[in-house]
Ligand binder design. Structure first.
Ligand code: CO
Length: 134
């Protein structure tokens, strides 16, 4: 059911420092910072030949990234995103297997303007999984 790895998201304590490191030390193609008020994050996308890296930085006091950075002050991998053809079919199948969908269970429009859902990390070996309809 899942397709390509769309991106790996890394929560970072200093967005500019992380962007500079990917640009200069790793020589990657780093995009501009973009505020996503609906998701409580500022994101920078890094284009790799086979996938993307999404640098996440908190936006606002109730950002979902705040708690993660409190537990991981140096930053860390926050989630991985797999592509699916049909988010509703994927969601309903996952629910039938007992997996928990975060939030109200309805897809939200993600950082790429496409519908996404998140699956409970405790149901996936400790990894927060995002599914994106492409
Ligand atoms: Co993501």
């Amino acid at each position: 059911m899942i397709g390509r790895l769309n991106h790996v998201a890394i929560a970072v304590p200093d967005l500019e420092a992380a962007a500079d490191q990917y640009r200069n030390a790793l020589g990657a193609n780093v995009g501009p910072a973009k505020d996503e008020p609906d998701h409580g994050v500022t994101v920078i996308f890094i284009e790799l030949p086979n996938t993307k890296i999404e640098l996440l930085y908190p936006l606002g006091d109730d950002s979902p990234i705040n708690g993660f950075l409190e537990k991981n002050p140096a930053g860390g991998i926050h989630h991985i995103c797999y592509e699916v053809d049909d988010i509703i079919v994927a969601r309903d199948h996952l629910k039938s297997t007992g997996a928990r969908v975060l939030g109200n269970g309805e897809p939200k429009i993600g950082a790429h303007g496409k519908p996404v859902i998140f699956l409970h990390p405790k149901d996936f070996n400790g990894a927060l999984v995002e599914l994106e309809q492409v």
